[in-house]
Ligand binder design. Structure first.
Ligand code: ADP
Length: 528
């Protein structure tokens, strides 16, 4: 067994202590303080410093740790940082030391300065000082200090790597957190480790409760039969593995909503192919799903709505043409009237469809002019009064100074006609249909009120959706494709206005829309 000299033993112990500190804690300042304290102690020095080049431009040294020198005097030590690497003072006091002694009152008479190098790049400097002039730093001592310098360099590089990783992680966390899609990360045991804000919003689960739970519990995606796909057919566990695992289905949120989601997974595997976890990207595609369903309903409604008048027309035309029958004038007229009525109905349906596709394809192009809405209201009322029987009464209520509107005449006519037509259609008992108006400086408010069957509260938003018709007794008895209110709202919103409904089932409904006021009146005011 070899006997190491005492200081070698201590050096070995110290280095061990330092390398333990480096692996145990990643706080750079405390590791550097340990290194410099131990080094100064071992060299029987008075003081010591560790300075590092800044990470960006790598030119300027900055003090990061000291031994035997209070923190407050660090700014006064700047001249010391000019001492070149590898410098060992011999029996003389360097000018930089002189200056610092004068300025700080510290006794620093001898110095040894060594570079901190890691993989050929210089990351900083280590300095040890003595107060006495007569004991030079020996070559042996220089070697000892170099060993500490190497340790410090490793600590610096570790800490910087760690900080780099930490920064990346923070950036990634922020990206995940801010993502508009729901993002969820699961560990190899399918437990949730990350759950972003969008995911909380989507599922109604607070992050604090979702984390740690199995993903199949929090995002229980069910197929149309109500079976939890995540339990019985998890796309990540299918064999053979699919390249783009994805699951789609219904999710009941924590707060009881039903949403339709699509979840795409990016599985992570080790080099040996073991499952390490997965990132799930979850999107709420309820709206898309509804639209898909509506398209299907659309086809059935349209085929029904279009086929009915066509078959009536065809039936009447065929009957009237029969050569063996001798139709009376009255029967002929009645037949032709039905044919005309059904042809009109067909034309209206087709026009409605054309309007919808036009609005969807290119938005609504408005031809804005200024005109008096009271005249339009009168026109509409007169048309309906002529078509309806005595069960209905029509009323108009507008103030005398009702201003002109700034709007597209034809489009607003469509809206008003549709609202009045609905008022009539959905008032089987008849009643009063009232068109009223009210204005302030910026907009006019127009309402159409009926005393019909009304609309249940839960249906009041849905009736503005495309192809939506309330499933009630009148649904079968009235014509319609559920497009009128969808179009009306689109038209009013294109004008910058709103269309809303208030209704009490059994009592009636009031539809109100806003439109911008025309400026003619205002400009007249200014010039007079
Ligand atoms: P349509 O009348 O062609 O069905 P709309 O989009 O105009 O389509 O209306 C959608 C649904 O809203 C109607 O089917 C009806 O159930 C309901 N609705 C609309 N207006 C009224 C009203 N004034 N009173 C009661 N229900 C109404």
């Amino acid at each position: 067994m070899t006997h190491l000299p005492d200081h070698r033993l201590r050096q070995r112990e110290y280095l061990l202590q330092i390398s333990r500190a480096i692996t145990a804690q990643l706080d750079l300042t405390s590791v550097l303080s340990l290194v410099i304290n131990v080094a100064v102690d071992l060299l029987a020095g008075t003081a010591g410093l560790i300075a590092l080049y800044d990470e960006q431009n790598n030119t300027e040294l900055q003090i990061h740790a000291s031994s035997g020198i209070p923190h407050e005097v660090w700014p006064a030590l700047k001249p010391l940082l000019q001492i070149p690497p590898g410098y060992v003072s011999r029996d003389n006091v360097v000018q930089a030391l002189q200056d610092v002694m004068v300025n700080t009152g510290l006794s620093l008479r001898q110095v040894i300065a060594l570079p901190l190098t890691f993989r050929d790049s210089r990351v900083g400097m280590i300095y040890a000082f003595r107060a006495a002039l007569n004991v030079d730093f020996s070559a042996d001592e220089a070697q000892i200090l170099q060993a500490f310098a190497d340790q410090a360099a490793i600590a610096v590089s570790n800490a910087r790597l760690y900080q780099g990783v930490l920064r990346e992680k923070q950036r990634l966390d922020a990206m995940i957190e801010q993502s508009a899609d729901g993002v969820m990360i699961v560990d190899p045991r399918w437990r949730i480790t990350t759950f972003n804000k969008a995911m909380e919003h989507l599922t109604g689960w607070p992050r604090s409760e979702a984390i740690g739970r199995p993903c199949a519990e929090v995002l229980a995606i069910r197929n149309n039969q109500g079976v939890n796909i995540c339990l019985v057919d998890c796309p990540l566990q299918r064999r053979p593995h699919s390249l783009n695992p994805v699951a789609e289905g219904w999710v009941t949120t924590r707060d009881g909503r039903q949403i339709y989601v699509q979840s795409r997974y990016a599985p992570q595997t080790s080099a040996e192919g073991a499952f390490l976890g997965a990132i799930a990207n979850v999107r709420d595609i309820t709206q898309q799903k509804h639209e898909e369903e509506m398209q299907n309903t659309f086809v059935s409604i349209i085929s029904h709505e279009l086929k009915t008048p066509v078959s009536i027309i065809k039936g009447y035309a065929g009957t009237l043409q029969r050569e063996d029958a001798n139709w009376s004038q009255e029967t002929l007229r009645e037949g032709l009237r039905v044919i005309e009525e059904e042809a009109d109905r067909l034309a209206r349906q087709i026009q409605g469809l054309l309007d919808v596709s036009r609005i969807q394809a290119g938005g609504i192009r408005l031809d804005m002019t200024e005109w008096d809405l009271r005249l339009l209201a009168r026109e509409v009322v007169e048309a309906f009064a002529a078509q309806t029987d005595e069960r209905f009464e029509f009323e108009m209520r507008f103030p005398d100074d009702f201003p002109p509107v700034h709007a597209d005449y034809e489009f607003v006519r469509m809206v008003l006609t549709n609202l009045v037509s609905n008022g009539v259609k959905y008032s089987p008992e008849g009643g009063t249909i009232r068109i009223g108006g009210w204005a302030d400086d910026e907009m006019v408010l127009v309402s159409v009120t009926d005393q019909g069957i009304g609309i249940p509260p839960e249906e009041q938003e849905r009736i503005f959706q495309r192809f939506y018709r309330i499933d009630n007794r009148l649904r079968r008895q009235t014509q319609g494709a559920g497009l009128g209110l969808y179009l009306a709202r689109a038209i009013i919103e294109a004008h910058g206005g709103h269309l809303m409904v208030e209704s009490q089932p059994g009592r009636g409904s009031r539809f109100t829309f806003t439109l911008p006021v025309g400026h003619r009146r205002i400009s007249v005011d200014i010039t007079t």
